[in-house]
Every structure is written in C-alpha cells, then in structure tokens.
Design a binder for this molecule. Structure first.
Ligand code: TAP
Length: 486
C-alpha cells in the first residue's frame, strides 16, 4: 500500500444527472503531508439553486416518489454492492483526504455498506397503522410518505459515513436530495456519486454540490424549495441552520457537538477502563462527535488511573494513516490543528496541569503534516474552557469525584448531551448512573461502538432528532392519516 496519492483527482459536482464544474476551484490536500490529492469546484449560490430546482422537479414531477419500496431497496443494495467492490479504494481515499487511520476508514466504508443494506431492508417492513375511530363506517389508517426535497449537510470527520447515514434513509424513504459534503473532505463523496451515476438514478433525484458551507449550506437552509435539512456539524452552525430554516418552517434534524463524560468507578476493571478511556478520545485523533473528552475518575483510584493512562497515551504512535504502524492519524486541516493548539494554550493559561502532549509533532518526517501529540490535562475545574468547550482534537481532561451523586452532577454539568460512558462492575450502580446521564448515546463498560439499528443523536445543545435505525427513516418521512367512509 502506498502512503501518498499518485494522481490528482479532478472533482465535479453532480446536478440533474450531469457532472458540473465551477469557475473557481480549491485544492484538496492530504493532511498527513500537505500534498494536493484533488481539486474541487466551488459552486456558486446560483448553481446551488439550480441543484435545488433539479431536486424539486424530480420530486414534484418525476417518477421517483412513485417507485415502489422494493425498487428503492434494490437500488440501495446495488450501491452497497458497488461500494463493497471498491472498499479498498474508498478506504484509501478517505485516509488520504481526512488523515484518519486506514483501519478506521475501512471500518467507515464497511459501516456505510451496512447502512445501505439496513435501509434497503427496513424500507420493506410494514410501516403503516390502522386505528379505531368512533364510527364503524370509517376505516382509518396512517401511511408514511417522503418529506420531499431533503438538504443533507455533513462534516469532515467521517466524510463518507456521515453522508451515508443521511443519503441511505433519505433515498429509501423516497425523497430527492441536495447533498453538500465538507469542503475539506469531498473525495469519497465524488466517488460515491460516480456509483450513483453508473446506477442511472432518475435525473435530479440525487444532487451533490461541492463548495463552501457559508454559500451552499446557507442557500439550502434558506430555500423555500427545500422541505427539510438534515445537518451534522457544529452547534453554532446548527443554530444558524435552525434560524434559516424558519423561513418556510422546514423540518430539521441536527446532529451537533458534544463534550461527553466517561465515568470510572473504583470497582471498575481498571485496565478495561483505561483502554476505553484512551479509545474514547484518541479514535480519529479526537475528531469524533461522541468522543469521551471528559474522563471522571473516583478519587480512590484516581492517581493509579492517571499514571496508567498517561503511560499508555505516551506509547501511541502518531503518523500517516496509511502507515500500518500508526495508532493515531493526522488532524484534518491546519485550521483545525491551530484551533486545538489554541485550546491547549488556554488550558495551560487557566491553570490545568498538562500531564503529557500539548504540542504539534514535527519529528520523524511529520513536519509537513498536521499532527498533535495525545494530550492529557489533570487538575481541571468545571469552569475551565477545556472542560466546557468541544475541542474536537486529541485532548482529554481527567477529573476526580468522590460520590455517585458528584459523578452524575459533573457528568451533566455541560451544555451538551451527546454521549457518555460508565465503567463499573456493579451492574445496578452502572445502570442507575447511566440512566441519570443526560445524553442520547451511552455505553456501560464500553465506549464508541455504533450500531446501525440504534438511534444516534443528542440531548440539550447536541441536537434535535436521531440518525440511524427506524428513527432516521422516520425523520425523512411525513405521516398522513387517511379516513375512508365505507
Ligand atoms: P461545521 O463547521 O459546522 O461544518 C459542518 C458542515 O456545515 C460543513 O459541510 C460546512 O461547510 C457546513 N456549513 C458551514 N457553514 C454553514 C452555514 N452557514 N450554513 C450551512 N452549512 C454550513 O462542523 P465541522 O467543523 O465540519 O465538524 C465538526 C463538528 O461536527 C463538531 O462540532 C462535531 O461534534 C460535529 N459532529 C457531530 C456529529 C454528530 S452525529 N452529532 C458527527 C460528526 C461531527 P464547509 O466546512 O465545507 O464550509
């Protein structure tokens, strides 16, 4: 396997069944070495509006919404099959584009395939209802229908997987889509649309617009011709989308940021808790919405936990994602790296103890890429910036608690509510505590596994609505009552 890209790819957008270019382009770089791997068009507001119109016409006048569930299921299976044939190509490109480990990218492609197959299956399940009304001469029922034109806006941390989490249920439900990947990671999006093009989806059903969020994402969110927006990204942009969506009261689904607690009780298996404490934050170099970025450890084992944790963090080998020796990959962009380094400086300035890491790595050939050493802070207080704000990088804080009540209070002392973990060998206590954690995605004696069958999303400022499972399909559906006089 090579560790660099060979050919520069020339990406295009995809509108109404045609490949489309733009006047301006932007270079897409490999964050492990800053080599240009692709050039991508920067579409304009007008071009975005054309894509929206294509989706609108395809929904209102095209045959798509009258396809049977079985026909759409077959298309999703066909996409999954093609992705499977090209798994290595997709995983390699994802690694080059995003900086993550090849093994992580490979798992993302496998999860993407599973997601297409899941929605190909679930769309065939009975989903209507009948209900009783106080009139025997009326047959009453509920049916599900597509929402219409769905705008799908995704971030750069799981470029392919976050896209598929939206595209699969949106198409399964019979919507037409206008999809915008993050500008820094558009490569696998383009490759996915090669597959959709080969499969001859009806014109206008699936449109992809490459470029800047402030133009394309904003246009989609404001458009009166878009019926819903499904967004994954930062809480601030999510707030803006909610405001923009108010124009035509479009349906919204927001998967936003997190600052998730990972609680370790003294009766936990310490090695397991350290393992998952590390995996919880250093997977994807901490650029994961559900990262366990606040570890809370019971006072009687605190010193031991911190010692073992720091020793293990210092053994993590950071490097290019395609190098099989690497345990943690690059930061996605220079801007993101600088933002993380800024948080580290704030942590130091506000009085936290930096136990390890805290700097950009430049030795051993890493100087051309964006790499940060795994970083651990202790002696933190709940009012510190590094405890309150999502850093989205390989930076963890380890805080001490003494009682169960204090653990719950600290865990919930955040504006976010995306994820959380509890480590304990007392099953009743673990369940009691996890039930009190105000978050949508939780684990006991585990961290991060994600199942396509299960709802994914947050409480509080971590979002509105749920991805995955039957829940996501429902996000992309309207519910209609039909009453028939007999
Ligand atoms: P954002 O900056 O919010 O960007 C997400 C997407 O929104 C990108 O495609 C971006 O475009 C676009 N965007 C930017 N400005 C916009 C606007 N005014 N209107 C509409 N769209 C706009 O987030 P990010 O930095 O890519 O990703 C990191 C964040 O995503 C973190 O907060 C993380 O927690 C969150 N995240 C959450 C989840 C879940 S499931 N909750 C999963 C992954 C990530 P460009 O960047 O291309 O300009």
């Amino acid at each position: 396997m090579t560790t660099t890209a060979t050919d520069v790819l020339y990406l295009k957008s995809y509108v109404n069944g045609e490949w489309v270019e733009a006047e301006n382009t932007v270079n897409v770089i490999n964050p492990a070495n800053q080599e240009v791997i692709a050039t991508a068009p920067r579409m304009t507001k007008e071009q975005t509006e054309e894509a929206i119109q294509a989706a609108r016409t395809a929904f209102d006048e095209g045959e798509w919404k009258n396809t049977t569930a079985k026909e759409r299921s077959n298309i999703l299976h066909a996409i999954a099959n093609k992705l499977e044939e090209r798994l290595e190509e997709f995983a390699t490109l994802e690694t080059l584009d995003n900086g993550k480990l090849y093994a992580e990218a490979e798992a993302d492609v496998q999860d993407s395939i599973a997601c297409f197959r899941y929605y190909a299956g679930i769309i065939l399940h009975p989903d209507g209802e009948t209900y009783h009304v106080p009139d025997n001469n009326v047959q009453a029922m509920v049916v599900k229908e597509p929402v219409g034109v769905a705008g799908l806006i995704v971030p750069w941390n799981f470029p392919l997987l976050m896209s598929i989490w939206k595209i699969a249920p949106a198409l399964a439900a019979g919507n037409t889509i206008v999809y915008k990947p993050a500008e820094v990671t558009p490569v696998t999006a383009f490759k996915l649309f090669e597959i959709l093009h080969e499969l001859n989806l009806p014109k206008g059903v699936a449109n992809m617009v490459l470029g800047q969020g402030s133009i394309i994402g904003q246009t989609i969110s404001e458009s009166n011709d878009v019926d819903m927006v499904s967004f994954t990204g930062s809480t601030d942009v999510g707030r803006g989308i909610m405001r923009a969506a108010a124009g035509n009261l479009k349906k919204i689904s927001l998967e936003l940021g997190g600052k998730s607690p990972n609680i370790v009780f003294a009766d936990a298996d310490l090695e397991v808790a350290v393992d998952y404490g590390l995996f919880g934050i250093f997977l994807g170099a901490g650029q994961v919405c559900s990262s366990g970025s606040r570890i809370l450890v019971q006072d009687t084992i605190y010193d031991d936990y911190v010692k073992r944790y720091v020793e293990r963090a210092e053994k993590i080998k950071v490097g290019p994602g395609l190098d099989p020796e690497t345990n943690m990959g690059a930061i996605v962009s220079e801007a993101q790296m600088n933002s993380i380094l800024g948080y580290i400086e704030k942590g130091k300035a506000e009085g936290a103890t930096l136990k390890t890491g805290g700097y950009r790595l430049t030795d051993n050939g890493l100087d051309k890429g964006f790499f940060i050493a795994p970083t651990v802070f202790t002696d933190v207080t709940s009012d510190m910036t590094i405890v309150r704000e999502e850093i989205f990088g390989p930076v963890v804080t380890i805080q001490k608690f003494s009682t169960e009540e204090e653990a719950v209070r600290l865990a919930n002392d955040t504006d976010f509510g995306l994820a959380g973990g509890v480590f304990s060998n007392d099953g009743a206590k673990a369940l009691r505590v996890i039930k009190q954690v105000r978050a949508g995605i939780t684990w006991v004696n585990d961290y991060h596994p994600t199942y396509v069958e299960a709802p994914w999303g947050g409480y509080k400022q971590s979002g509105i609505g749920r991805s995955l499972g039957k829940y996501s399909l429902e996000e992309f559906q309207e519910v209609k009552q039909i009453n028939i006089r007999l």
